[in-house]
Design a binder for this molecule. Structure first.
Ligand SMILES: [Fe+2]
Length: 447
C-alpha cells in the first residue's frame, strides 16, 4: 500500500478524524439508499429470478453486499466472529459464476434484507469506535469503509444493469439530463501536446490498489474527441456497412459479429426504417446526439478503424482527463480537485441515460474535452495491467487476478456510477465482448 504516512505518526487529528468519519458515514448511507431503491422497486419474484445468464439474481447482490461488509468491517476491522459462516461460500463471487447462482440455496429476500441491515447496524457501531487515521493500513483515512461503500455502489451499478436486462414495464424513473448550452460550435477533437504527466495516485485516500502508485508517464502528442462518439455517428458506421465489412474488425470481433449476427449496439432494433432502443423498460427512438452505449470493445475498435482513427490508450485518456498544462500537475478530475457536483458530470443514477454530447461545459478539462467523467464508461485500447510498483491491497482478488491481456480498461465512469467510485484515476476493466455494461467510447489519433 502506498498511502503516505500520517505526518503526526499514528495519532489522528481530531477534526480530520471526525471529517473522515462523516465522509465514510455519508458514503455508506448513500449506497444503502440506492441499494434499497434498486431492490424495493421489484417484487420478490423478480428479486430471485435470473433476468440474464450474465447477471446474478438481484437478491444475490443484496446479500453479497452485506457479506462483504461483514467480512471487511466486522471481521477485518473489528476482529469479530463470523455471523453466519455457513453462507460465506454462497456469496463468494469466485466460488460460483453468475450463471449458477440462481440454483444455490440463497437467502430469501426478507432474510437477505434482514442480514444486510443487521451487518450495517453493527458496521456503523464499528465506524463510531474505530480510530480512522491510525497505523493500520486497513483503517487509515477510513479506507476499509470507503472501499465497502465503493463496493456497494459498484454492485448497485451491476443491479442497474440487471434492471436494464429485465423485461417488463419500467419501474425506475429519473429526470432527463441537461442539454448542452451550445449544441454546435464545439471542435470535433482537441490536441493534447506530448510530454510527461503523473498517472495514478499515491495520495487519494480511498483509491484502490490498481490506481496506485503515482508514476510519471511520457505520452506523445495526440488528438482526442471532444465528446464521446454519439449514436448519430455510430448509425453512420452501421449504414456504411460497419457490421458487414470484415476489414474494420479485429479477428475475434469479426467472429463475434458472425456468431451472434450483430447489426447494432445491444438493445437497439430497427422498425419501419428507424432505429429504436429499449431503455429500462421503455422503447424510444435512438437519440442521435447522445453518446452511444452498450457497445463492446470490439465494436468501439471497429468504429474507430472505420473512422480512420483509433481508441485512446489508457495513459492518453488519463492525461487528457487530469493533466493541467498550466501547473504541470495531475488533478483529481478534469475540472480540478473538487468533488463531482450535479453541474459538472452525469453521475450517481440521477439520470437513467447519458447526457447529449457537449453537455457539462463546466466539467471540461483544460484541453477542452468534455464528459470524460460520467455519462458512459469509455473503452481504451489498453490491457488491464499493474502500474510500476503495484502492490495488492487488501486482497489479491480485488485486481491482481484480473491483470493481463484478457481484460480491456474502461475509464471515466457512466451515469450509473456514484461519485464515491469515480475519479480521474479510477480504472474499470472488462472482457472485450461485453455489451450489457454502460460502455461507450471516444476516438483519438496521433498528433
Ligand atoms: Fe462484489
Amino acid at each position: 500500500m502506498t498511502h503516505s504516512p500520517n505526518p503526526s505518526g499514528c495519532a489522528p487529528h481530531e477534526a480530520d478524524a471526525e471529517a473522515l468519519r462523516q465522509r465514510a458515514l455519508t458514503a455508506l448511507l448513500t449506497a444503502r439508499e440506492r441499494t434499497a431503491l434498486l431492490t424495493d422497486s421489484v417484487d420478490d419474484h423478480e428479486l430471485t429470478a435470473q433476468h440474464s445468464p450474465l447477471m446474478s439474481p438481484l437478491v444475490w447482490d443484496l446479500a453479497h453486499i452485506g457479506n462483504q461488509e461483514e467480512l471487511w468491517l466486522l471481521r477485518g476491522v473489528a476482529g469479530r466472529e463470523a455471523m453466519r459462516p455457513e453462507i460465506d461460500g454462497l456469496y463468494d463471487a469466485f466460488e460460483h459464476p453468475r450463471a449458477t447462482r440462481p440454483s444455490l440455496p440463497l437467502l430469501a429476500p426478507a432474510e437477505a434484507r434482514a442480514y444486510a441491515a443487521e451487518v450495517r447496524g453493527r458496521a456503523l457501531d464499528v465506524l463510531d469506535g474505530t480510530v480512522l487515521d491510525g497505523c493500520r493500513p486497513l483503517v487509515r483515512a477510513g479506507f476499509a469503509f470507503g472501499m465497502i461503500a465503493q463496493h456497494e455502489q459498484q454492485h448497485d451499478e451491476t443491479m442497474l444493469i440487471t434492471h436494464q436486462l429485465r423485461s417488463g414495464p419500467a419501474v425506475l424513473a429519473a429526470a432527463v439530463p441537461p442539454a448542452p448550452p451550445e449544441a454546435a460550435g464545439l471542435p470535433a477533437e482537441v490536441l493534447v501536446p506530448g510530454g510527461p504527466f503523473t498517472m495514478g495516485t499515491s495520495t487519494e485516500p480511498w483509491a484502490l490498489d490498481n490506481e496506485r502508485p503515482a508514476h510519471v508517464c511520457d505520452v506523445a502528442g495526440f488528438f482526442i474527441d471532444t465528446a464521446p462518439v454519439t449514436c448519430g455517428a455510430y448509425q453512420e458506421f452501421i449504414e456504411d456497412g460497419g457490421y458487414t465489412e470484415q476489414r474494420w474488425w479485429a479477428p475475434e470481433g469479426w467472429a463475434m459479429v458472425r456468431e451472434h449476427e450483430l447489426t447494432a449496439p445491444l438493445f437497439w432494433h430497427r422498425d419501419a426504417g428507424q432505429w429504436l432502443r429499449r431503455r429500462f423498460g421503455v422503447t424510444e427512438a435512438v437519440p442521435g446526439n447522445e453518446p452511444v452505449i452498450h457497445v463492446s470493445w470490439y465494436e468501439a475498435d471497429a468504429f474507430a478503424r472505420w473512422a480512420g482513427r483509433r481508441l485512446p490508450t489508457e495513459a492518453e485518456w488519463e492525461k487528457a482527463a487530469r493533466h493541467d498544462p498550466v501547473s504541470g500537475r495531475s488533478r483529481r478530475y478534469p475540472w480540478g480537485d473538487e468533488d463531482p457536483a450535479p453541474g459538472l458530470a452525469n453521475l450517481g443514477q440521477r439520470h437513467l441515460r447519458p447526457a447529449p454530447a457537449g453537455a457539462y461545459a463546466q466539467g471540461r478539462c483544460p484541453y477542452g474535452a468534455g464528459q470524460l467523467i460520467g455519462d458512459v464508461w469509455e473503452w481504451t485500447s489498453s490491457d488491464f495491467l499493474p502500474y510500476p510498483g503495484f502492490s495488492a491491497f487488501p486482497y489479491r482478488e480485488y485486481s491482481e487476478v484480473f491483470f493481463g491481456p484478457a481484460h480491456k480498461v474502461l475509464r471515466g465512469g457512466s451515469f450509473a456510477v456514484d461519485p464515491v467510485a469515480c475519479r480521474g484515476t479510477f480504472r474499470n476493466w472488462d472482457l472485450p465482448v461485453r455489451r450489457q455494461i454502460f460502455s461507450g467510447f471516444r476516438t483519438a489519433r496521433d498528433a
